[in-house]
Design a protein around this ligand. Structure first.
Ligand SMILES: NC(=O)c1ccc[n+]([C@@H]2O[C@H](COP(=O)([O-])OP(=O)(O)OC[C@H]3O[C@@H](n4cnc5c(N)ncnc54)[C@H](O)[C@@H]3O)[C@@H](O)[C@H]2O)c1
Length: 259
């Protein structure tokens, strides 16, 4: 497949390596600053023209939370399957879903593309379901990332929190960052730390007076994210089981359902 990359930073370069290994071609790289990008621009029109001219059959966007909305909004009308890895724009999901439907195109987003994390989501959901049958257990979350990460808490941590809350009916409200009060029983506390080069660590505690059940996912490097993003684009650009082009907004859950 001919692939365009928007954002040619650390992830953009790793995705290029993963895509080439999978037999794809990188036909266009767009970045605001990166000197080795084929198209250096912050102008949305110029970005879209460069991508269309390249003949790209799919786009992967890993840029910056401050740029992602502008990029997505400009790319949707091009009607090329679009995978978005940049986090920090979830509040705009309803508006983007509407734009995708109007343009009859396909967008897949995930706060975390690694297969391991997507397995971890399922393990946490099942653990929360089991634990919720016992009143003795409280739950809490913790995440750590490198000190270059711009958003907090991580999108992955928010996805984990959602799964815990869906399966523990007594946890109704998420409290992030510092706790300035004693947590109420219906609050789920999520703490974030930014330090050094940590690629990404997420921990869920189920805690009782007698013991702790601790589940941790530790990313060792970022290769899993890059390969997952390429696999997600392959899935998005492949017709569905009825042979129709995929239209709508998808997540890694949709990819996993068909594996
Ligand atoms: N979903 C996942 O699995 C996953 C995994 C890792 C990182 N991320 C996210 O991906 C994003 C990028 O991460 P990174 O480590 O590659 O960061 P990075 O800083 O190394 O690279 C980001 C690049 O995007 C460029 N950029 C900024 N605005 C742009 C614009 N308008 N158009 C084009 N390029 C633009 C920057 O110049 C930079 O080169 C971050 O938001 C990060 O949190 C997601």
């Amino acid at each position: 497949m001919k692939i365009a990359l928007v954002g040619y930073g650390k992830m953009g370069h790793m995705i290029e390596t993963a895509a080439l290994k999978c037999g794809h071609e990188i036909v266009c790289t767009v970045d605001l600053f990166a000197e080795d990008a084929g198209c250096i621009t912050g102008d949305s029109g110029e970005m879209v023209r460069a991508i269309k001219k390249s003949g790209a059959e799919g786009i992967i966007e890993f840029s910056h939370p401050a740029s992602v909305m502008q990029n997505i909004t400009a790319l949707i009308p091009a009607r090329i399957p679009l995978v978005v890895g940049t986090t920090g724009w979830k509040d705009n999901l309803p508006a983007i879903t509407e734009q995708v439907a109007l343009n009859k195109t396909a967008l897949l987003h995930a706060a975390n593309f690694s297969v391991g994390v997507n397995l971890f989501y399922r393990i946490v959901a099942e653990a929360a379901r089991l634990v919720s049958e016992f009143d003795a257990y409280d739950a809490g979350l913790f995440e750590a990332h490198h000190n270059q990460k711009a958003d907090s808490p991580s999108g992955t941590a928010l996805d984990i929190a959602r799964r815990v809350m869906e399966n523990m009916p007594n946890k109704k409200r998420l409290v992030t960052n510092s706790a300035d009060h004693k947590p109420e029983p219906d609050e789920l506390h999520l703490g974030s730390v930014r330090v050094g080069s940590v690629p990404g660590t997420h921990t869920v505690w189920f805690d009782s007076a007698a013991d702790t059940i601790e589940l941790t996912h530790t990313a060792r490097n970022r290769e899993g994210f890059a390969l997952g993003a390429v696999r997600a684009l392959e899935w998005l650009a492949t017709p569905d089981q009825e042979g129709k082009d995929r239209v709508g907004v998808f997540t890694m859950d949709d990819v996993f359902k068909e594996l």
